[in-house]
Design a protein around this ligand. Structure first.
Ligand code: N2P
Length: 357
C-alpha cells in the first residue's frame, strides 16, 4: 500500500514538474493562451510572412479571419460571436461604426509610427483626428481590361462597358456601393446619391448590363483575369495591379465620368479582448520597412510616405495606382448615407444579382 502511495506521489510530482516546464516554455515563447490577437481583414490583404514575424517577435499568437465586403464585416461584428481585436473597414463604415459606438478610441502614445503617414490621409471627415482609425491602404475603383483579348476596344468611360460586343466578358466586384455607385456614375450622378428616382434609373441601367456580365465575384476576379477567362473587370485598383503583375497585357483605367476614392483604415472594435496587442500590431504595420514589404505584397497603395522610399520606384511612380492629388480630388469618397439608405443600396444590389440569375 505504502509503495502504491509513494508511486502516486512521485508520479504526481513528476507530472507537475513536466506541466510546469511546458507552461513556462510556452510563456517564454509567449504562447500563453491569454496572449492572442484576433484579426478581421479583407481577403488577400496582408503579407502573411509579416503576421508570422510579429508572432515571433512578440510571442503574441494571431488568429486571422477574412471578409470580402464592409457589409459582411459589419454583420459579423454586430452579431458578436467572435471578439475581434482588429478590423479593417472602409471610410463610410468607420463613420457608421463610430456613430454606433462600436469602436475603441486609439491611444496615439502607443502608435509612435503614426508619424510616417502622409498628412493627406490623416484627419479625414469620417474620423476626425484619427480618434478611432489608422490608415492602412487606399485606392480607387476602375476598369481593368485585356487589350490582347479585345484588340479594337478602348476603355475610357463607364459607358464602354455597355458595348454589345462585350457579351459575357465582364466581371464585377461583389460590392453594393461599388456597383450601384458605378450605375449612378455612368448616368452622371454622384455615387452618394440617395434620390429614389436616380437610384431606380441606375438600377435599370445596370439591368441592361446583364448580358455582358460573366460573374459577380470577390477575390476570384484576379484568377479569372490572369487566366484570360474574362477580358474586363470592374474592381479595386490594387487587385488590378496584382493581376497586371501576373499578366502584363492588362491595363487599368479610372473612368472619365469619375469614380470612387476609398480608404481602408485599421480600427479596434469595442469587443476587443487584447487592446494592448492590437496597438502593438498596428504600430508594427506602420513601421516604414514593414509597410513597404506589405505594400509590395498586397499591391494596394500605401498611405505611409516613409515606406515609399523602400519600394520599387516603378510602382510608386505609376500614376494609375498613385494618382496625383489633382486627380484624387476629382474622385468621390463614399459617405455614410445612414442606415436606411445603406440598406436601400444593399437591397438594390441584391435584387440586381437575383435578376441576373
Ligand atoms: C483586398 C480588398 C481591398 C478592399 N482584396 C478594398 N476596400
Amino acid at each position: 500500500m505504502k509503495k502504491l502511495i509513494r508511486f502516486f506521489l512521485v508520479s504526481a510530482l513528476v507530472s507537475g514538474i513536466i506541466l510546469y516546464a511546458i507552461s513556462s516554455l510556452n510563456q517564454s515563447e509567449g504562447y500563453s493562451s491569454g496572449n492572442t490577437l484576433t484579426i478581421f481583414n479583407w481577403g488577400d490583404y496582408i503579407d502573411m510572412d509579416l503576421v508570422k514575424q510579429f508572432e515571433k517577435e512578440t510571442g503574441i499568437k494571431i488568429v486571422y479571419e477574412t471578409f470580402d465586403s464592409n457589409e459582411a464585416m459589419m454583420t459579423k461584428i454586430e452579431q458578436g460571436g467572435t471578439s475581434y481585436d482588429i478590423a479593417v473597414p472602409s471610410e463610410y463604415m468607420i463613420d457608421k461604426m463610430r456613430q454606433e459606438d462600436l469602436l475603441i478610441p486609439l491611444n496615439h502614445n502607443k502608435l509612435p509610427n503614426l508619424k510616417y503617414i502622409d498628412d493627406r490621409f490623416m484627419d479625414l471627415p469620417f474620423d476626425p483626428n484619427n480618434k478611432y482609425s489608422v490608415p492602412y491602404f487606399w485606392g480607387t475603383v476602375g476598369i481593368t481590361y485585356n487589350p490582347t483579348l479585345l484588340p479594337n476596344k478602348e476603355f475610357k468611360s463607364w459607358h464602354d462597358l455597355w458595348d454589345p460586343d462585350l457579351k459575357n466578358e465582364i466581371i464585377l466586384i461583389d460590392g453594393a456601393r461599388e456597383i450601384i455607385g458605378m450605375g449612378l456614375n455612368s448616368l452622371g450622378y454622384s455615387l452618394n446619391d440617395t434620390d429614389p428616382k436616380h437610384l431606380a434609373e441606375a438600377y435599370n441601367k445596370l439591368k441592361k448590363l446583364t448580358p455582358n456580365i460573366k460573374a459577380i465575384v470577390g477575390d476570384e476576379n484576379k484568377l479569372l483575369m490572369q487566366n484570360n477567362e474574362a477580358a474586363v473587370a470592374v474592381l479595386w485598383s490594387g487587385d488590378a495591379l496584382d493581376i497586371m503583375w501576373e499578366n502584363e497585357d492588362i491595363d487599368y483605367v479610372i473612368p472619365e465620368e469619375g469614380s470612387n476614392l476609398w480608404f481602408d483604415n485599421i480600427v479596434i472594435p469595442k469587443t476587443a479582448k487584447n487592446v494592448e496587442a492590437a496597438h502593438q500590431f498596428i504600430n508594427f504595420l506602420l513601421d516604414p520597412k514593414i509597410a513597404a514589404q506589405n505594400t509590395e505584397y498586397v499591391a494596394y497603395s500605401t498611405p505611409n510616405k516613409e515606406a515609399l522610399k523602400y519600394m520599387d520606384p516603378e510602382m510608386v511612380q505609376d500614376e494609375r495606382f498613385y494618382p496625383s492629388p489633382e486627380l484624387t480630388d476629382k474622385l468621390e469618397v463614399y459617405e455614410n448615407l445612414g442606415k436606411k439608405n445603406l440598406s436601400i443600396y444593399n437591397d438594390l444590389f441584391l435584387e440586381f444579382k437575383m435578376y441576373r440569375k
